[in-house]
Write a protein that binds this ligand. Sequence first.
Ligand code: BGC
Length: 251
Amino acid sequence: MQIFGVDIGGSGIKGAPVDLDRGDLAEERCKVLTPHPATPESVADGVRQVVEHFGWTGPVGLTFPGVVTGGAMIRTAANVDKSWIDTDARALFSERLGGLPVTVVNDADAAGVAEAHFGAGRGRKGTVVLLTFGTGIGSAVFTDGVLVPNTELGHLELDGHDAEKRASSKVKEDHDLSWEHWGHRVRKYLAHVEMLFSPELFIIGGGVSRKAHKFLPYLEDIRAEIVPAQLQNNAGIVGAAMRAAETDRGE
Ligand code: BGC
């Protein structure tokens, strides 16, 4: 079975039909640049371009980098245009896509769902926490494979600051932090999350997951196992499609 997945990120809007049996893209993905300012109207136009590229006419799952309730309502917009707050994104995208059924899900939750089923968290019992390090820090918390949505652990307080303002990979780049310096911040952050959730496993997602060997050495006194995400760039697209499939089945 195939469902269309779209990942809305700070730099690009990427999408492709997803093969849900394999947990992978069924065709090469299409990407358009995220418009700036990334308002609901301009992003919806980008999404339409991506979906129309494939002539897709079935259900569509989309990620969003903020709290999303009920597969539809945007509640926060930490790193995107504030006009998203209280937008009914399902209605907006569905209307722009000529009435196709649409489900919207938090970006880290989508990546987590894909990793939990097809990647680093496959078959893992107990508490698993996926953290994505990018412009912000996203989180997805699972217990025995079941997601607790919208956990927003990137906004925990760390050293008197919003954690993502201390330990995201954007902060590493903006302040030119060494892997060691940034690794120590991430260690402190993981220790805090570990204190709250006692997970068996941390999955580290986002672009940095490809360079795990550079920072894993600084995380050694964390009790939980720590592994990089496996699906990398496509986790959001795959996870969004998986959530849309669940909605389509009425789950
Ligand atoms: C947002 C989260 C999002 C994360 C990663 C945070 O600033 O609040 O909802 O998952 O960034 O994009």
